[in-house]
Ligand binder design. Structure first.
Ligand SMILES: [Zn+2]
Length: 249
């Protein structure tokens, strides 16, 4: 069983970076929970989170928990900050002493590459150490391969727009990379209403379902049958549209 430890950065009094009322601790937690939920649908993988709410476990304790659990991989999720609207993109930080192009390095690279490929985020690559000191604690005190992932700049409006609009794709790409790094097949979870399989329910899915209801399109029943009556009808399309517009969960 592949054991993945997911560490949402900051939490509690440690809000991390913030910009226009948005906090890093909140973005990190939302994304970590989404990655966890996606991995929950996959075979051969177990997950553990360092926090599941707005608390701030000690950094060393986060690492010790992962070590004690025997995690195979540790991923710490953060958002970057520099100066307002000045920097953009995704990067990962690994322990300063890992080999360039070695296993840990390449796994981090794979996560960054996957994420940038689906979102169009600028690829800032994999870096060793930490910007102002030798190593991040999460890379220094963990005994397994690890990386600290910076998912776009929270002080960049465009990066935040990508973070919000491509949120599902970001979570899916991270989960997929984590699985593939370990040689496991990633099977995208079936989301009811997500007729085109892009990870979210939008108005275009509602249209697809309506076309399927009248026989113009063939789609997976598991995706299109939202009311669970075993067939795809215009009622399912209406339900999908309500989900897409936030009127229904
Ligand atoms: Zn951070």
């Amino acid at each position: 069983m592949l054991k993945i430890f997911i560490d949402p950065g900051h939490g509690g009094d440690s809000i991390g970076a913030s910009y226009k009322g948005r906090t890093e601790q909140d973005d990190c937690l939302r994304l970590a929970l989404a990655v966890r939920d996606i991995l929950f649908t996959q075979k051969g993988v177990e997950t553990m989170l360092s926090r599941e709410d707005n608390t701030d476990p000690d950094l060393l304790k986060r690492c010790e928990r992962a070590n004690g659990w025997g995690a195979d991989y540790f991923i710490s999720i953060h958002r970057n900050a520099f100066s307002p609207e000045a920097a953009t993109g995704v990067e990962a930080w690994v322990y300063s002493e890992v080999e360039t192009q070695g296993v840990t390095y390449n796994m981090a690279q794979n996560i960054v590459d996957n994420l940038c490929a689906v979102t169009g985020y600028r690829n800032r690559g994999v870096k060793k150490g930490a910007p102002a000191y030798r190593d991040y604690a999460v890379n220094r005190y963990t005994e397994m391969s690890s990386c600290l992932l910076e998912v776009g700049f929270i002080d960049n409006t465009k990066d935040n727009t990508v973070f919000d609009t491509a949120f599902s794709e970001i979570a899916l790409s991270i989960a997929k990379a984590l699985m593939e790094n370990a040689g496991l097949e990633f099977i995208p979870p079936v989301i009811k209403g997500d007729a085109d399989g892009d990870g979210k329910v939008t108005a275009s899915d509602a249209r697809l379902i309506l076309r399927a209801a009248v026989g113009l399109e063939k789609i997976d029943t598991a995706r299109g049958d939202l009311d669970g009556d075993g067939k795809i009808t215009s009622e399912d399309s209406r339900k999908a549209l309500r989900i897409a517009t936030g009127l229904e969960e």
